[in-house]
Design a protein around this ligand. Structure first.
Ligand code: SF4
Length: 346
């Protein structure tokens, strides 16, 4: 009954979005991956550009990873783009470009997790599996008054049990989209309009005055701070970049030579670090500008970043450094903070 009500609400209030009128698993996949951790307004533009560049899975599988990352630039959580690329190759190689039509088949593909497998299986193939994302967690926690933390297994177990109960089995794709949209537009995190809500008669949070307290989330580990010093080195009309290696944030993106320190570090001290010495050797570089400290927040860490504009009269050396014409930097996918820096100095 409640699930059906959500569908009725959805048919009236849903936003008109390009991926809503398709059962093409590829388009649904792209939209769901882009929308994880991203607001619809921001994701829409990326979705259009992505689909323009790679209208089908074969083109994505054949694409150059650097180009995929360039389109993704600014969207964050870059592992999503790398995983999509790897999954596209796998689906083309192992399944002749056809997505497996079940949750169990989809979840075996590296890079497709529970959320995405449920979304594709239900929306593209009509399989009765519930989708659980942040919006669904919030709606269900409030509707049923779940007091367990939704970011812990014990809370997820309860959420999943209710999600299975709510699921409209003869229209799982529509229902899943309905509850996610309901969370995004009606049962919003702050100050939802409960008085005007179609579910307020059955909603435990509303009836018990718990709306502001649900869902419960347990605090995650302390957020670490890292200190990045980016060296924007000019050697005539050339500069230096490197590709970030695996196993850390921003894998596969490009950046200026960088020195990471364990704490705030003044320029004099930076100049005495082994990393600085290895870049510049015996030459004395000219430091033209030092930016103010920029704070860049990621999910599990805070980055404190400074940019140093430096002029040299000999090339610098360092692991994986590439020398490029300075004007070519816009061709490379870079983290948003570097993109912003480049926009400001142009
Ligand atoms: S009554 Fe309020 S808290 Fe309950 S489902 Fe509706 S909007 Fe959410």
């Amino acid at each position: 009954m409640t699930g059906q009500k959500l569908i009725v609400w959805y048919e009236i209030y849903k936003r008109n979005l390009p991926w809503r009128d398709t059962e093409d698993p590829y388009l649904i996949w792209v939209s769901e991956v882009i929308l994880q951790q991203t607001r619809v307004v921001q994701g829409l533009d990326y979705y259009r550009r992505f689909i323009d560049a790679y209208p089908d899975i074969f083109l994505l599988a054949r694409a150059d990873m650097d180009e995929v990352l360039k389109i993704w630039q600014g969207l964050g959580y870059y592992s999503r783009a790398r995983n999509m690329h790897a999954a596209a190759k796998h689906i083309v190689d192992a399944y002749d470009g056809k997505f497996p039509a079940t949750y169990d088949g989809l979840i075996t593909i590296k890079g497709i997790g529970d959320y995405t497998a449920s979304a594709i299986a239900s929306i593209a193939f009509g399989q009765a599996v519930p989708v659980i994302d942040g919006n669904v967690n919030r709606v269900i926690a409030r509707l049923y008054g779940i007091q367990q933390p939704v970011n812990k297994p014990v809370g997820q177990k309860e959420i999943r049990a209710y999600a299975e109960k709510l699921l409209v089995r003869n229209a799982p794709g529509t229902y899943n989209q309905a509850i996610m949209e309901f969370g995004a537009l009606q049962c919003v995190p702050q100050n939802p309009d409960c008085n005007g809500c179609i579910l307020n008669r059955v909603c435990v949070a509303y009836r018990c005055g718990l709306t502001d307290m649900l869902p419960v989330k347990e605090k995650t580990a302390k957020i670490a701070t890292r200190y990045f010093h980016y060296l924007h080195i000019r050697f005539g009309n050339r500069t230096f970049i490197r590709r970030r290696a695996d196993g850390d944030i921003w894998t596969g993106l490009y950046e200026f030579p960088m020195i990471e320190t364990g704490k705030e570090t003044e320029l004099d001290d930076l100049g005495r670090t082994p990393a600085w010495q290895s870049y510049f050797g015996a030459q004395t570089p000219l430091i033209e500008t030092v930016s103010g400290e920029i704070t860049h927040r990621l999910t599990h860490r805070i980055l404190k970043i400074r940019f140093y504009e430096i002029v040299v009269d000999k090339p610098v050396s360092g692991q994986r450094l590439i020398e490029i014409p300075a004007t070519d930097i816009h061709r490379y996918a870079v983290p948003k903070v570097i993109d912003n820096y480049l926009k400001n100095i142009r």
